[in-house]
Design a protein around this ligand. Structure first.
Ligand SMILES: [Zn+2]
Length: 282
């Protein structure tokens, strides 16, 4: 097992070298940070996943990619004696879900819509072994895992995983605390996105562990929803008043959010995405 893992890492290092300097291991920021109780946060550059260490096995969430899995596998074997027994997918988008095969023969849990995305090759990862519709929960060691489907919005298979007794919620893409939503709301039904965030707000948890950005609380979910609703309301009013896209882009509608992460890079894209969404609806 150990030899296999090392040979895999050596192979990855070799492949990385042959694909040029941008992909070297030194450029990838990885860490496993303790959050609360037995809950940890795995970072792979700008993507984050949750790891929960129970007496009866380790539960990992989004694999992110094959190299990330290889690194985390090695790190967990150095720090803990328990094997990884379960993987939970937050959703099927390739930037979070790729490379799951690297965990081998373990239980893989996801929303049932995820199977079709894996089947058609939209994401290269492990096929879920256990799927569910609305809610699903299981116990492992002294932990309880509560999984809740968020409905359609950002994708059609997004779920939240809450771990008890730590009361940590792993929330991906719909809420990135103190950070603007990603680009121009790609692949997103924005009305659905707002409804998805409302489901997150309705759940019982203390710590919001996001797939991007800093660790937060439920208040960050509310603030993200208020931002999206504010953007929608202001842009709808501007479009109804006949204002042009350039005029809306030059306006001060998002000034209250200037201190949020990604403002410089994402603000115009957020505005353009919302204009496109509202025009398509009307
Ligand atoms: Zn996504």
């Amino acid at each position: 097992m150990r030899i296999n893992c090392k040979s895999l890492l050596a192979l990855i290092a070799l492949l990385t070298l042959s694909f040029g300097p941008q992909a070297t291991a030194q450029d990838t920021k990885r860490s496993l940070q303790h959050i609360e109780g037995d809950v940890y946060r795995f970072q792979n550059n700008f993507h984050f996943a949750m790891v929960v260490v129970t007496d009866d096995g380790i539960v990992v969430t989004d694999p992110i990619n094959a190299n990330a899995v290889a690194w985390l596998k090695d790190e967990l074997s150095k720090r803990f004696t328990q094997p990884v027994t379960h993987m939970i997918f937050s959703h099927s988008h390739a930037d979070h879900a790729s490379g799951g095969q690297g965990w081998g023969d373990i239980e893989v849990i996801a929303h049932e819509e995820m199977r079709k995305h894996v089947k058609i090759g939209a994401v290269d990862t492990a096929m879920p072994t256990t799927t569910f519709n609305d809610v699903y929960s299981f116990d492992l060691g002294s932990k309880t895992f509560e999984l809740t489907y968020l409905g359609e919005g950002h994708g059609d298979d997004l779920i939240v995983t809450i771990v008890r007794p730590e009361n940590v919620a792993f929330v991906v893409d719909v809420v990135s605390p103190k950070r603007l939503p990603w680009r121009d709301f790609p692949r997103t039904n924005i009305d659905g996105l707002i409804a998805q965030i409302k489901v997150v707000e309705s759940l019982d948890f203390d710590i919001l562990l996001p797939g991007h950005s800093v660790v937060g609380t439920k208040e960050d979910a509310t603030n993200t929803r208020l931002y999206v609703e504010h953007l929608m309301k202001e842009i709808k009013a501007a479009l109804d008043a006949g204002r042009s896209e350039d005029d809306i882009l030059a306006s001060d509608i998002t000034d209250a959010y200037k201190d949020w992460g990604g403002y410089e890079q994402l603000r115009d894209l957020n505005v353009q995405g919302m204009i496109r969404w509202l025009k398509a609806k009307s």
